[in-house]
Design a binder for this molecule. Structure first.
Ligand code: UDX
Length: 448
């Protein structure tokens, strides 16, 4: 199959490279000429494990190419994917569809022969109808079918997710598209990944419903963590205890500082808006959004308390800035609100992240960016783990204790056990595991 991928951002690039790896002939297109020339030179503009090798090997095999112009690749294509951004619209939280509509307009001019146009971008219900209307308006002669095919890729694991999906959701209104899309995903289909064909609107909604459900699951366990702290129970055991029930499942039950990233915050908000517009408000999701927003600031207060209650003039080290590990993405990262909270409480913040500091510098001001976890911990009154990078999972606590002003660790990702680090004389605060905390007073008593 010949495929044109409009938009070479995160989703477009990963999908394009994976589809080329399946044996299709793929052109990834982007208006950003700098990005395209970098890609042609084998430079990958995003951090995603394995993506550079995948791009290079498929370029070498002549299955993957890059272009700033869509006319030729679209004319030659059997399938055109729209994978452009759908950011939150300033002011009202609706998804901004201007890039999708503009892409549809441009595609319409170049279609030749029967072409399947696929929206890969996360788009609100009814967008496929609008894309179809635009193309018909621009080019009444065009022979095409518009399909919805949402992605369920996690950053940091996107290639694995693309190649081993739990399911592939395809929303069609024109039966001719079923055959074409089955061919596109043939290698996965042969590997028994279920292809779920639905109506186009249903498929569009599935994407939002999936993200909203996962966001709700995280928020649920975060609330349980707060409750655990007040009733002296352990949230990790609660998660295990409920997760073993197959109806609930064990995943996405890690309590932490709240969800962030490019998808959950934006998509939950967009779903809330769509639901309100259509007169069927999703109150569970409205509440989820509100709780998650508040949680980020609450984590700063938690850190302040753990650091003794008054951090004016003190220095706090923050380990991990990205919204999760294995990405350089800072979008809606909890670290932003947490650092703001620490600064508002009067602290100076030192920070380290293995991949996120380039983007963080433009987003979070007045932070001392450091070169590694130990540089970050130098002279600090407390150390807060905000993102669970592997590099933070085996810290040398003897070394940390010798360089920190006070041995206080606030572990917002529950990556340590109290018994592991208690012997180094650290005060330890986790999320939803109150029994394991060693209070500052106990440390000071022990020191006397
Ligand atoms: C998510 C969806 O998983 C993916 O299917 C969709 O296509 C895009 O959005 P992503 O944003 O890359 O992917 O990250 P994900 O791994 O889902 O994590 C999202 C946020 O939730 C992160 O901030 C993460 O730290 C947080 N999280 C996740 C928790 O706090 N606890 C958990 O148990 C799981």
């Amino acid at each position: 199959m010949r495929i044109a991928m409009i938009g070479s951002g995160y989703v477009g690039l990963v999908s394009g490279a994976c589809l080329a790896d399946f044996g299709h002939q793929v052109t990834c297109i982007d208006k950003d000429a700098q990005k395209i020339s970098a890609l042609r030179a084998g430079e990958i503009p995003i951090f995603e494990p394995g993506l550079d090798q995948l791009v290079v090997s498929n370029v070498q095999a002549d299955r993957l190419s890059f272009s700033t112009e869509l006319a030729e690749p679209v004319a030659a294509a059997d399938v055109v994917f729209i994978a452009v951004g759908t950011p939150s619209r300033r002011g009202d939280g609706h998804a901004d569809l201007s890039y999708v509509h503009a892409a549809a307009r441009e595609i319409a001019q170049s279609i030749k022969g029967f072409t399947v146009i696929v929206t890969k971008s996360t788009v609100p219900v009814g967008t496929g109808d609008e894309v179809e209307r635009i193309i018909r308006e621009e080019n009444p002669e065009a022979d095409f079918a518009v399909v919805s095919n949402p992605e369920f890729l996690r950053e940091g694991a996107a290639i694995e997710d693309f190649k081993h999906p739990d399911r592939i959701v395809i929303g069609i209104e024109d039966e001719r598209a079923r055959e074409v899309m089955t061919e596109v995903y043939r290698p996965l289909y042969l590997n028994q990944a279920p292809l779920l064909f639905t109506s186009r609107r249903t498929s569009e909604l599935i994407k939002y419903a999936a993200n909203a459900f996962l966001a709700m699951k995280i928020t649920f366990i975060n609330e349980m963590a707060d409750l655990c702290e007040n009733v002296n129970a352990n949230v990790q055991d609660v998660a295990r205890g409920i997760g073993l029930d197959k109806r609930i499942g064990p995943k996405f039950l890690n309590a932490g500082p709240g969800y962030g990233g490019s998808c959950f915050p934006k998509d939950t908000l967009a779903l809330v808006k769509t639901a309100q517009d259509y007169g069927a408000p999703t109150r569970l999701i409205e509440t989820t959004v509100a709780i998650n927003d508040q949680r980020k600031r609450a984590m700063a207060r938690k850190a302040v308390l753990a650091a003794g209650g008054d951090i004016r003039g003190k220095t706090i080290g923050v380990l991990g800035l990205t919204f999760k590990p294995n990405t350089d993405d800072m979008r809606d990262a909890p670290s932003i609100a947490i650092i703001q909270g620490l600064q508002d409480a009067g602290a100076t913040v030192r920070a380290f992240d293995p991949e996120g500091m380039k983007h963080a510098r433009g987003l979070i001001n007045d932070v001392v960016y450091t070169s590694d976890p130990y540089d970050c911990a130098e002279g600090v009154d407390a150390l807060v783990i905000v993102t669970e990078w592997n590099a933070f999972r085996a810290l040398d606590f003897t070394r940390l204790k010798s360089i920190m002003k006070a041995p206080i660790l606030i572990d917002l990702r529950n990556i340590y056990r109290q018994e592991e680090i208690a012997r180094y004389g650290f005060s330890y605060t986790a999320v939803g595991r109150p029994g394991e905390e060693v209070r500052l007073s106990e440390i000071l008593d022990a020191a006397q």
